[in-house]
Design a protein. Structure first.
Lengths: 532, 186
């Protein structure tokens, strides 16, 4: 028994949604065919982008690092297959902005040849710090969607004591089933990854939380735990409710503890990791493989054959859709992520990145009903899982009152979309919060920049003043010196008449005198001779 | 008699408070004007002089003295104007029409083929963002450039050009949904 009781709790609000997961779970995970061309964005994670380690024309092997950064919060990227680097350029990547970002383009040679891997058969023989380094080198980021570097997350600091490791297999968003299928197929790897992370953070217990709409996954994981007779790992079946998969919500459901508003689960002795991340950790440590592939759900009414695929990072979405039977004739909208938190893509000519969990193609052109004014019904506040006041936030965000919106804890909003879902006036509430968040970050950046400019301007001003002062000082000194010299000369002239003559002048005069004497002497001798 | 008591009492009270006020004004004397610092902190520090004052601090001093309006800073735009109105408790003023929109952030760059290395732009730059020496090619340190454009007029060969700051995924902002009229009225 790993928990004091089997009791579960509820977080505030939440929604029961139609899960629509069955359409993509009827067939096993398919391995996507090896693409001819892969586009790998350098920045796929939260934190610093790496610096390029390859150049155009280089031959690379599968798993070879392409970019790496010395910054702490960062993750390297690796070549997903062997081939040649054919281009390094700013190319479109999946991001709500639709902006281009630096990408490495690899033309695969079809051999799929691995770089030499360094597996660690017995992770317990290594120190947690060494394992962290391996995870970092493998470029692992949180695969639940946020893509935060895992090596940073599993290092909660020397003060934090992690009692329980929570493995998040909730997967609460409709349509998405990649974690479900992953747990069914890779149950052993999940458990292995859990054990490694548990050892690294020296957590006493490990809870694997899975929603009760995934009985097969629960069965598969439980079977492995039973087979290996692991007493510190337990599967917890939790009720299906959106957004249970949110980190803070899951913590609340399992432990009845609240993660502090501006804190992390590690502040209350917990660490939450996604099941996909656990498998990636297993692969990185036990097999030595970096993170170069992930499982992606391709689903929706607009696709002919919904399924889960194991996809190399950098594969184009268009290829995955082609391999899933192509678009339905009525397909109209392409979404990356789920229907609640995903964002619309303008094109399918974009690569899959580490954080891409689902490609959703919507069919029926959902008529977007006209937005109506807020009637202050309060339905949004009753469903908000973060216990915020969405209508107040909406009001403040739309009037650009950025100070007040922060006082109402805008940054505790997880953008789950529950409020917008229940809004009878069809107000796109989350978009307002996203607007306010990015705008506040923008203002913060501007403020830092202007502070920096002020420092530089003040420094320049001080330098110029200093230079002026120095110049004035120099001028004064020079004048003084000149004055002194003049005075000295004047004094010398005065004294010159009486006092000693200049020695040089005296010497010249003496010499002239000698010459004159000689001349005189000669003349006298000559005259004497004439006289004789 | 009673009138004398009243006069003495009031006189002594006024002397007491006079001494107290005199003492506090010496003891708690504040160097400089803290309001100027607060105003200066809100200004964008481009040092561009578009407010007709030679730099951000002189403008802040002028506002504090009541000699300048709060709507004279084009790079700051509406955000700065509103922040100033909030700080000083004065009514927000409309920006000049040409500066009504949020200004696009720009930086300058040197056309290095044309630059003759005259150092005039270096002397003009208020934040030391230009690198170069006499008869050597100059270049702009883009991360330090505030986009004040003060280096452009002194250049004798017109080799300094303006370009917009490139938008990255990190610095990109979500836009406000179009139908803002759905907001409840205050």
């Amino acid at each position: 028994m790993t928990r004091s009781s089997n009791q579960l709790w509820h977080f505030h609000g939440g929604l029961k949604l139609d899960s629509n997961k069955a359409m993509s779970t009827s067939t096993p995970i398919v391995k996507a065919s090896l693409p001819k061309r892969l586009v790998i964005p350098v920045q796929q994670h939260i934190g610093e982008a790496g610096e390029l380690l390859v150049k155009v024309g280089d031959k690379v092997l599968k798993g070879q690092p392409l970019a790496e950064s010395a910054e702490y919060v960062s993750a390297p990227i690796h070549a997903p297959t062997s081939g040649t680097v054919v281009d390094i350029d700013e190319l479109p990547a999946p991001h709500p902005s639709g902006l281009n970002t630096l990408c490495v383009v690899i033309k695969s040679d079809g051999e799929d040849k691995w770089i030499k891997l360094k597996p660690t058969r017995y992770p317990n023989t290594k120190s947690p710090a060494e394992l962290r380094q391996l995870i970092r080198k493998a470029g692992i980021v949180g695969l639940g969607g946020a893509a935060f570097p895992t090596a940073v997350k599993v290092n909660p600091g020397p003060e934090a004591h992690i009692e329980t490791l929570i493995i998040n297999g909730a997967e609460c968003e409709p349509y998405i089933s990649c974690d479900d299928m992953l747990m069914r197929k890779y149950a052993e790897e999940v458990i292995s990854g859990c054990s490694i992370i548990q050892y690294m953070v020296s957590a006493t217990y490990c809870l694997i939380a899975i929603e009760d709409n995934k009985p097969e996954a629960i069965k598969a994981i439980a079977a492995v735990i039973k087979e290996k007779a692991l007493h510190t790992i337990e599967v917890v079946c939790i009720p299906t409710l959106y957004p249970t998969g949110g980190e803070k919500q899951l913590v609340k459901v399992l432990t009845h503890k609240e993660v502090p508003s501006d804190g992390l689960p590690s502040d209350i002795g917990l660490l939450v990791q996604n099941v996909g991340t656990a498998v990636a950790v297993h692969k990185a440590i036990i097999l030595g493989e970096p993170l170069i592939s992930r499982i992606v759900t391709i689903t929706g009414d607009g696709i002919n054959q919904a399924q889960n695929m194991e996809v190399l990072i950098g594969t184009f979405i268009s290829e995955l859709i082609e391999q899933s039977g192509g678009y339905h004739e009525n397909a109209c909208k392409l979404i990356l992520g789920g229907p609640m938190m995903g964002f619309t893509l303008a094109t399918d000519h974009l690569p899959v990145i580490k954080g891409s969990n689902c490609i959703l193609v919507e069919n029926t052109p959902q008529e977007t009903p006209a937005t109506m004014p807020c009637i202050r019904c309060g339905a949004c506040a009753t469903v908000c899982p973060a216990q915020l006041l969405p209508q107040q936030l909406f009001w403040m965000a739309s009037s650009k009152n950025f100070d007040l919106v922060q006082d109402y804890h805008l940054f505790d909003c997880i953008e789950c979309g529950c409020c917008a879902q229940v809004c009878p006036s069809q107000i796109p509430l989350v978009q307002y919060y996203r607007f306010a968040k990015t705008e506040i970050w923008n203002q913060e950046r501007d403020r830092i920049k202007s502070d920096h400019a002020r420092v530089r301007h003040d420094f320049r001003q001080a330098r110029i003043d200093n230079e002026k002062k120095e110049r004035a000082e120099k001028l004064r000194k020079k004048k003084e010196l000149l004055e002194k010299k003049k005075n000295a000369e004047a004094a010398a002239k005065k004294e010159g008449n009486e006092a000693e003559v200049d020695p040089k002048k005296a010497a010249i005069e003496a010499a002239m005198k000698r010459v004159q004497d000689k001349k005189n002497a000669k003349q006298t001798s000559n005259t004497n001779a004439d006289e004789k | 008699m009673s009138i004398l008591i009243a006069v003495i009492t009031l006189a002594s009270i006024s002397v007491f408070f006079g001494v107290l006020l005199g003492y506090t004004s010496v003891k708690f004397h504040v160097e400089g004007d803290p309001v100027v610092d607060k105003i200066d902190a809100l200004l964008p520090q481009t040092q561009c002089g578009q407010c007709t004052f030679p730099g951000c601090r002189p403008y802040a001093e002028a506002i504090a003295r009541g000699e300048a309006n709060i709507n004279q800073c084009p790079p700051g735009g509406e955000v700065t104007m509103l922040a100033l109105s909030d700080l000083l408790g004065v009514e927000p003023l409309a920006l000049d029409e040409e500066h009504a929109d949020t200004p696009e952030k720009t930086v300058v760059y040197v056309d290095e083929q044309t630059c003759i290395g005259c150092t005039l732009c270096i002397q003009a730059c208020p934040v030391d963002a230009i690198l170069g020496a006499a008869k050597q090619m100059h270049t702009i340190i883009e991360s330090e450039c505030t986009g004040c454009d003060l280096c452009i007029p002194p250049c004798p060969v017109d080799c300094i050009h303006i370009k917009p700051v490139k938008l990255e995924q990190d610095t990109w902002c979500w836009s406000l949904p179009e139908s803002t009229d759905t907001a409840p009225k205050a």
